[in-house]
Structure formats: C-alpha cells, structure tokens
Design a protein around this ligand. Structure first.
Ligand SMILES: NC(=O)c1ccc[n+]([C@@H]2O[C@H](COP(=O)([O-])OP(=O)(O)OC[C@H]3O[C@@H](n4cnc5c(N)ncnc54)[C@H](OP(=O)(O)O)[C@@H]3O)[C@@H](O)[C@H]2O)c1
Length: 270
C-alpha cells in the first residue's frame, strides 16, 4: 500500500515553492521520496526556502523565474533539463492577491481599476497556464501529474477579493479542461487536478485575519465561525493531499478540485 504513495525517482517543480504553502508542499514531496525544484522570482526567497527544507541536499534545486514571463520559464526549463533530464510533477503554487484588486471597506465595486483586476488575473491564471504550457510538455514524455492551487474564493463569493476570486474560478475550469484534453491526447498518462486550500495564515493574509496582538480581526472571526473545525489550516496539512494527487494512489483521478478546508466549503453557515 505504501508504494502507492511513494514518489522515489520522481522530479517535481513547484512554482511559488518559496511561499508559506509552497515550501510545506515541497517538503511533503521530499518526504515521499521526490526531488524538488523550487521556482520563484527572488533569489533570496529561494535560498531561504531551501534552508528550511529537510532531507537530502541533492533533492533540491533552485530556479529563478517569473510565472507570467514565458522567456524566464523557458530558461528555467533548460536548466532543469540539463540538471535532471526529466520532470514528473508540476505544482502551480505561485499566486496570491493584490491590494488594488480588492474592494476595501470604504469602497464599492465601482472603484475597481481594471489594471489591478488584470494584474491579479495575470499572476494567478496566466501564471498557471504559462508554466503548464512550458513545463507540462516535459510531463508528456514519461507521464506525470499537474496540481494547480485554487482557493475557497473560486466557488462561492468571498467579500472584497473580486479579482483573485475570478482568477481562481478560472483555474478550476482550466484544471478540468486540461485534465480532459491531456487524458484524451496522452492515453491518460498526464493527470491534472487542483487543491483548494481553506484559510491558512500566510504573509499575504496575516494582516487581514490577525490583529497585531494575535487576536482575530472581524474577518478572521467570520472565517473561523464558518469553518466547522474552528481553526485555520496548517501548511503541513496540504502535504498528504498533494502526495496523493502526484502518486500512483490517485492514478485514475483527474480533473478534480480537492478542498482542504476544515469543512468551510461544506458549511452553509447555519
Ligand atoms: N495562504 C492561504 O490561506 C491560501 C489559501 C488558498 C489558496 N492559496 C494559494 O496558495 C498559493 C500559495 O500561497 P502562499 O500563501 O504560499 O503564498 P505566499 O506565501 O505569498 O507565496 C507566494 C509564492 O509565489 C511566488 N511568486 C509570486 N509571484 C510570482 C511570479 N510572478 N512568478 C514566480 N513566482 C511568484 C513567491 O516568490 P517570489 O516573491 O520570490 O517570486 C512565493 O514563492 C497561492 O496560489 C495562493 O493564492 C493560499
């Protein structure tokens, strides 16, 4: 049974692999036996994330790249090819919100600037499609798994985050579309799924959810009230779902979005 979850000999690339969730997910893949490549824009973030990762030093390589810039990803792909020769797993974890694409408490929808909406869409949606184009092709050589990172904002309206929500909803649709396309064209050898994390404290949302003294903000309180497990998630809690989606254990699973959310998406609020 444990062989079904074994990723020994597999090579994985995580965009956003230096983030709060990305680094934990990278550790999960290493724990299951994979080698990981972390990709992000900032070399200091790359070095800091690599220092946090436990396991064989040879298990990690660092790639600079911007998920919205195809040329930078093509260079990263060449570096990856030279170092590893093959890729088995792509995790599209780079993403996040942008303040301008959020409707503040004193604003209305009519204050939204399209350049901000387009910016957050570019990071999250284009930033998933472009790496899938550039690295996904490597997966067709030996088969493999793509895992996109969605959000609770994709499915039901979450106040304020208009641009982020639209982009994550498009990622869910893209996940299903690409799953069907690749299953049909590559005899089921390339699978595409997504994880929709619930609410986890990260650098981007810390100030929205927690006051400086660590107590919950009004928004943080509303989220916890609507999360039946009554707490935020821990980044490590994404590891097992990711390993399952990348491993043979899920070999007949493609085109799904798995919530890891303490029950948030199941709860009506009543
Ligand atoms: N935290 C949550 O509660 C939560 C909930 C649901 C979904 N998510 C999603 O989970 C994913 C990871 O979130 P997180 O909390 O780990 O975010 P994070 O801590 O803010 O990390 C974001 C990561 O993306 C990289 N990145 C940002 N822009 C990039 C670009 N243009 N090109 C390449 N890399 C880029 C960052 O590195 P550089 O700055 O070095 O480029 C960093 O590695 C995101 O897609 C987010 O939307 C998070």
């Amino acid at each position: 049974m444990s062989n079904l979850f074994d990723l020994s000999g597999k090579n994985a690339l995580l965009t956003g692999g230096t983030g709060a969730l990305g680094t934990a997910m990278a550790q999960g893949l290493i724990n299951a036996g994979a080698r990981v490549a972390l990709l992000s824009r900032n070399p200091e973030n790359l070095t800091a994330a690599a220092a946090k990762l436990g396991g064989d030093a040879g298990a990690v390589i660092l790639l600079r790249g911007d998920v919205t810039d195809a040329a930078s990803l093509e260079s990263a792909r060449e570096e990856l090819r030279q170092k590893w020769g093959k890729l088995d797993i792509l995790v599209n974890a780079a993403g996040g919100n942008r303040p301008g694409a959020t409707i503040g408490p004193d604003q209305t929808f009519f204050d939204l600037k399209m350049e901000d909406f387009a910016g957050v869409s570019k990071l999250n949606l284009d930033g998933t499609v472009i790496p899938s184009l550039i690295f996904g092709q490597l997966l067709t050589e030996n088969g493999g798994s793509i895992v996109n990172i969605s959000s609770m904002a994709a499915d039901r309206a979450i106040t304020r985050v208009v641009g982020y929500s639209a982009a994550k909803a498009a990622i869910d649709n893209f996940t299903k579309w690409l799953a069907v396309e690749l299953a049909k064209k590559y005899e089921g050898r390339v699978r595409v799924n997504a994880i929709a994390p619930g609410f986890f404290i990260g650098e981007q949302n810390r100030r929205l959810l927690l006051n400086e003294d660590g107590t919950l903000t009004d928004r943080g309180n509303t989220i916890i009230r609507n999360t039946p497990m009554n707490r935020f998630g821990e980044a490590e809690e994404l590891m097992s779902t990711l390993v399952w989606l990348c491993a043979d254990a899920s070999r007949f699973v493609t085109g799904i979005v798995v919530p890891v959310d303490g029950g948030f998406s199941a709860f009506s609020g009543v």
